[in-house]
Design a protein around this ligand. Structure first.
Ligand code: UDP
Length: 327
């Protein structure tokens, strides 16, 4: 079976991608430094423990497994951390990706699917963000991902490394079979924090800012189910394998939910209380990030199936209740 190197394969999105790859007939080879990933999440293929900032580690993965393609998820991805430690983000995300693409070229691997972010667009109020929208990141996380996008263009022009770039909006939910799901330590993401509050493992949720220029004063995000997201990655991989041109796609639903709307949905779906309090704005947060998804639908044939708020919270909640490795 064709091997695909999955950097960050032990993380939230990477582990779901490994499951999708294995279902689609590929062998996912996880490459992870386990700084934010989990050994229990590696269930669908072999694993190389290593760090992208160490070139010898990534060379070992290529030498041992000769992957035909790469899915590159490994990155630090917390806006608050990026604001506090920009150097960490530039070193880990950009240098790590540089090592990866240089190694890919040297080992003759020519196809990469890259996990980028809507944070590359920055804060552009009341705009539906399309692939043609100019990118003005407002934090080191978005800037590091934009730099990697640019790196991929340069490596294609000179070395023929072909890419599909996916810019994610807010990823949510969990594998509907609850084999893998979302878990970070510390947890910073809204939906798992809300579910911790539902489960009683945290006192409540602090809403970061209620004075934003949105209908209820809280930030608006476009949430996509992780299963739909990884389906797009399989389509992106096949796109490259079919010899099509390098391309970038936004992955969102075109519908925004405010922080308060997410919390209300969680209350409704779990039938439990979610104590909330109002806090300050979080540094680096954009007011509203909502995607257009026309290109992915029209060109890739991507059709989100579970990206309604009810499915995302139901699947996340199911996983939250059965997952062992979060305890
Ligand atoms: N948020 C919040 N309280 C929390 C965590 C997040 O109000 O405890 C807000 C955050 O400010 C943002 C939205 O929820 O507006 C989504 O944040 P998350 O960290 O889940 O994803 P991000 O948009 O940063 O990728």
């Amino acid at each position: 079976m064709m091997k695909v190197l999955v950097t960050g394969g032990a993380g939230y999105i990477g582990s779901h991608a490994c499951k999708a790859l294995s279902k689609a007939g590929f062998t996912p080879v996880t490459f992870d430094n386990f700084s934010t990933g989990w050994h229990d999440a590696v269930q669908f293929g072999p694993c190389v423990e290593g760090d992208l900032t160490i070139r010898a580690d990534i060379d070992r993965a290529f030498a041992d497994h000769a992957p035909a393609a790469i899915m590159h998820f490994a990155a630090l991805s917390r806006v608050d951390e990026a604001m506090a430690k920009p150097g960490l983000y530039w070193r880990n995300n950009v240098l790590g990706s540089l090592n990866l693409v240089e190694a890919a070229v040297e080992h003759g691997c020519r196809d990469i699917v890259f996990s980028s972010t809507c944070a590359t667009y920055g804060d552009q109020d009341n705009v539906i963000l399309n692939e043609t929208t100019a990118q003005y990141p407002i934090n080191a996380y978005g800037a590091s991902k934009q730099a990697i996008e640019r790196m991929l263009h340069d490596f294609e022009a000179t070395h023929g490394l072909r890419h599909v770039i996916f810019r994610y909006f807010n990823v949510a939910g969990a594998d509907p079979d609850a084999d893998v799901g979302e878990f970070h330590r510390p947890e910073t993401h809204l939906i798992p924090i809300v579910l911790d509050a539902v489960a009683g493992t945290r006192d409540g949720v602090t809403v970061f800012g209620t004075d934003y220029p949105t209908p209820d004063g809280t930030c608006v995000r476009d949430y996509v189910h992780v299963s739909d997201l990884v389906d797009a990655h399989i389509l992106g991989l096949r796109w490259l394998m079919d010899g099509k041109e390098s391309r970038d796609f936004n992955l969102g639903t075109g519908t925004g939910f405010s922080v308060r709307e997410v919390i209300d949905a969680a209350r409704r779906i779990t039938n439990k209380d979610v104590p909330t309090k109002v806090g300050n704005r979080r540094a680096g947060d954009a007011v509203k990030l909502v995607s257009g998804s026309v290109r992915a639908e029209e060109e890739l044939g991507w059709q989100p199936k579970r990206s309604d708020m009810a499915h995302m919270i139901e699947d996340a909640w199911r996983w939250h209740q059965v997952a062992d490795y979060q305890r």
